[in-house]
Design a protein around this ligand. Structure first.
Ligand SMILES: *[C@@H]1O[C@H](CO)[C@@H](O)[C@H](O)[C@H]1NC(C)=O
Ligand SMILES: *[C@@H]1O[C@H](CO)[C@@H](O)[C@H](O)[C@H]1NC(C)=O
Length: 248
C-alpha cells in the first residue's frame, strides 16, 4: 500500500517537473522559426562557399593567363603545324589537308601560307600523275568498244589535266609572293584539271562502263587534293590577313 502511495506521490512530484519541461519547450522557438533559422544559416554558408570558390577560380585563371603570356615563343615545328592548320581550315577536308601537308613538310619549315599552298599543289600533282595512266591501262584490258572510246577520251582528258597542273607548278617556281593575277591564273588551271577528271568520270558513267567505279575510286585522292588547293586560293585574301600579309 505504502509503495503504491509513494508511487502516486512520486508520480505527483514528477508531474510538475514534467510541466516545467514543457514550459521550457514552449519558451524555445517554434518549429517554424527554427526551420527559418536553419535555412538562413545554410544559405549564408552556401554563399560563403560560392564566394570562396569564385575567388579561387578567378585567381587561378589570372595565374594561368599570366603564365601563358610569359611563355617563351613557340617552337618552329609547332608554329609550322599551327600555320598549316590555319590554312587548311578553309578547305572542305581540313583533316586530310593537314595530314597530307604535314607529310610533305620536310623539316617542319612551312610557315608561310604561300609555301603551304605550294605543298598542296605538289600533293595534287603527285596524285594526279599517279592516276593519269589509269585510262591507258584500262584500255589495254578492255574488249568493250563503247567503253574503249570513253576511256580514250579519259586518256586525253588526263593528259590535259596533268599539263594544267604542271603549268601551275611552273608558275610557282621561285615565287614567294602571290599577285591577284597569279591567284586568278592558278584557279583557272586547277579548276580545268578538276573539270577534266569529272568529265572523264561522267563519260564513263554515260557509257555504262564497268570501269567507272574503279576510276571514281582512284581519282578521289587527286580530286580532294585539287579541291583543297582551290579552296586555299579562293580564301587567300583572308588567310594572308590572318598572317598579317596581303596579296600583291
Ligand atoms: C598511286 O596509287 C596507288 C593506288 O592506285 C597507290 O597504291 C600508291 O600508293 C599511289 N602512289 C602515290 C605516290 O601516291
Ligand atoms: C613550290 O614548290 C616547288 C617544288 O614543287 C619549288 O620549286 C618552288 O620554289 C616552290 N615555291 C614556293 C613559293 O614555295
Amino acid at each position: 500500500m505504502e509503495e503504491s502511495v509513494n508511487f502516486v506521490k512520486g508520480y505527483g512530484k514528477i508531474d510538475p517537473s514534467d510541466d516545467d519541461t514543457t514550459a521550457v519547450h514552449r519558451q524555445s522557438p517554434s518549429p517554424n522559426r527554427r526551420k527559418t533559422l536553419t535555412i538562413a544559416v545554410t544559405v549564408t554558408l552556401l554563399l560563403f562557399a560560392i564566394i570562396i570558390a569564385v575567388t579561387i577560380a578567378a585567381a587561378t585563371t589570372a595565374h594561368h593567363q599570366h603564365t601563358k603570356q610569359s611563355q617563351p615563343s613557340q617552337s618552329p615545328s609547332l608554329k609550322s603545324s599551327e600555320s598549316i592548320k590555319t590554312v587548311c581550315a578553309v578547305t572542305q577536308h581540313p583533316d586530310t589537308c593537314f595530314t597530307d601537308v604535314v607529310s610533305v613538310n620536310s623539316g617542319n619549315k612551312a610557315v608561310d601560307p604561300v609555301v603551304i599552298f605550294n605543298l598542296t599543289l605538289q600533293l595534287a600533282v603527285t596524285e594526279l600523275t599517279n592516276v593519269s595512266s589509269l585510262p591507258k591501262t584500262l584500255i589495254s584490258n578492255s574488249n568493250d568498244l563503247r567503253t574503249g572510246s570513253a576511256l580514250r577520251d579519259c586518256a586525253n582528258l588526263f593528259d590535259d589535266a596533268v599539263s594544267q597542273l604542271s603549268r601551275s607548278v611552273e608558275s610557282m617556281r621561285g615565287e614567294s609572293v602571290l599577285t591577284v593575277e597569279k591567284v586568278g591564273d592558278l584557279k583557272t588551271w586547277i579548276s580545268a584539271a578538276m573539270t577534266d577528271q569529272e568529265t572523264c568520270v561522267d563519260g564513263l558513267e554515260e557509257m555504262g562502263s564497268t570501269a567507272v567505279d574503279e576510276v571514281k575510286m582512284k581519282v578521289q585522292r587527286s580530286s580532294v587534293c585539287m579541291s583543297n588547293s582551290l579552296a586555299i586560293l579562293g580564301h587567300m585574301d583572308e588567310i594572308l590577313e590572318k598572317f598579317g600579309m596581303h596579296l600583291h
